[in-house]
Design a protein around this ligand. Structure first.
Ligand code: FES
Length: 102
């Protein structure tokens, strides 16, 4: 299957290092939450959630990236997942409060 959107969730774990990494906070829970929300939608969305390595903006994590458009959300919590799915994935309206500020 060819997907229209991929949600990459950073699950990188940098154990023993002072730098924060997403996998040590909520990375794996986020992947599970996105997969569950997408499945529960039960509509014909060609969207897939995947684990990802470091997305390069660790300090603001947990971080996700939505492609092909290249939207980055930071500080994402499991409780934010329904809003991201409902707003961004279903209607294309980005969740402003979670966007990576340039
Ligand atoms: S560890 Fe998640 S963005 Fe680097």
């Amino acid at each position: 299957m060819v997907y229209d959107l991929h949600i990459f969730v950073c699950t990188n774990e940098r154990k023993g290092n002072e730098r924060l990494s997403c996998g040590e906070t909520h990375g794996l829970e986020l992947v599970a939450a996105f997969k569950k929300e997408l499945k529960d939608l039960n509509i014909n969305l060609k969207t897939r959630a995947n684990k990802s390595g470091c997305l390069g903006i660790c300090y603001f994590g947990p971080t996700i990236a939505i492609y092909p458009e290249g939207t980055f959300y930071v500080g994402v919590k499991v409780t934010d997942v329904p809003e991201i799915i409902e707003s961004h994935i279903k209607t294309g309206k980005k969740v402003e409060r979670l966007l990576l500020k340039q």
